[in-house]
Design a protein around this ligand. Sequence first.
Ligand code: PA5
Length: 446
Amino acid sequence: MIKIDTTKASSFVDAALITRREKELVNLHSLLVNKTGKGNDFLGWVDLPASLDPAIVGRIKADAERIGKKSQLLVVIGIGGSYLGSRAVIDALAQPFSSLLKEKKFPFVVYAGENLSEDYHSGLLDLLDQYDYSVAVISKSGTTTEPAVAFRLIKSHMEKKYGKKEAADRIIAVTDAQRGALKNLAGKEGYSTYVIPDDVGGRYSVLTPVGLLPIAVAGFDIEKLLQGARDMRETCLASTDPEKNPAIKYAAIRNALYQNGKSVEIMVNYQPNLFYLAEWWKQLYGESEGKENKGIFPAGVGFTTDLHSMGQYIQEGVRMLFETTISVKNPGRELKVPFLQGDPDGLNFLEGRRLDEINHMAELGTLLAHVDGGVPNIRIEIEKLDEYTLGQLIYFFEFACALSGYLLGVNPFDQPGVEAYKKNMFALIGKPGFEEEGKRLREKLN
Ligand code: PA5
C-alpha cells in the first residue's frame, strides 16, 4: 500500500483549516461515489478497474502477442490523455536503456502525434524505414489534429512499406464507440479497434485500452496493474477517514496549502524513469483543476539532477511552492560503491554502500533543506516500482484529483480552455469554416 506523510506540510497551515477541508471532503466524496457532482457523466473511470470486461483484457493480451511476433517497434499515435498514461507506466517499468539493448523480448514503444515537429516526425519515419513496426492510433474524439496528421504520415509510410492489406493488419485504432473520423476510417479500412467508454475522459483513460494496449505490447503485466488499481479503488471508496483514505488526506492538505498561497505543486522524483509519471500527473491535475482563474499549477522535477538547476529556486525563490515527493523504498536492482586503491577521490567511506542509500540520504537531506527554506513537503512512499504499485498510484491520483477539483468548485472532467488554441490554429492553417477568424488573426500578427 502507498504511504502518505503530510507531517512536513501540515506545520505550514492552520490545523483547523485542514480539518475543515477534510470535513468538506466527506460530502464531496459522496458526490463522486454517487455520481451526483459536476461532470458526473464522465465518472466511468471510478468503477473502471472493477468493471472492465475480462474479455477485453484477453483481447488486448492476444493483440499484444500478435504485434510482438511481427514488430520490433510499436508506434503509439496520440496526444494528452491518449498517450501520457501508457508512457508513464512503460517508462517507469522499462530498462532505462532498453532501446539500445541487443536482445529485446518485446517491441520498443515510440510515440508520434504528441507534437507537430517536422524534424521529430521525419526522424521517426527514418527509423520506421529500418524496423518492422505496428501502430496503435489512439484518439477519443478521433478528430484531434496532431495525431490525425501523424497518422496520415505513418499510414502512408506503412502502406508503401507493407502494402495496404498488411498495413491494415498492423494498425489498431482506439477510439470513441460511435463518432469521429478515426472510427469511420477504421471501419472502412478494417482495422482492429478498441472502444474508449463514453463516460471516461482522456486523462482518466489509462486503465482502458488507451493505456492497456501499449503497456501490454511493451511486455508488462496489465492484470497486475488493474489489480493494484482495483485494490486502491476499494480503499478510496470504503472510507472518508483521512487516515484510511490517502486520497482524502492528499486532497485536503494540498487545498489547505493552496489557500495559504502555495499555488505551485512540484512533483519530485529521484528516479529518472518516473519522468513521465510526473508528466501524466501534470496533465491530470493541470487540465482538471486549472480553470475559472483557479487551480494549483503542477510542475515536475527529477532529483538529484534538477538540484543542480531548479534546486536554487526551490530553496530560495518566491515562496509559492510546495513539493510532493514520490519516494521508492526498494529499487529493483542493487549496485554498490566499489573500493578504490589509495582513495584518490576521498569516497572510500562509501565503499560497499548501495547507490540507493546515497540517493535516499540525498532525498531526506533535500526534503529537510526545502522544508527549512519554506517549501512544505508531502511524501508519498511506495514499496517498489512494479505494475501493481503503479496501478495503485494511478487510481489514487485520479481519485484525489477529482476530489481536489470538487474542493475548488470546478468541474474536474472538462477542459474548455484547450479550445482557444485550436480555434486559432485552425484559423491560421486555413481550415474551412475559419476564414473570417483567420483574417482577423493575421491582422493581429502584422
Ligand atoms: O484529457 C483529455 O481529455 C485530453 O487531454 C485529451 O486526452 C487530448 O486532448 C486528446 O484527445 P483525443 O483522444 O480526443 O485525441
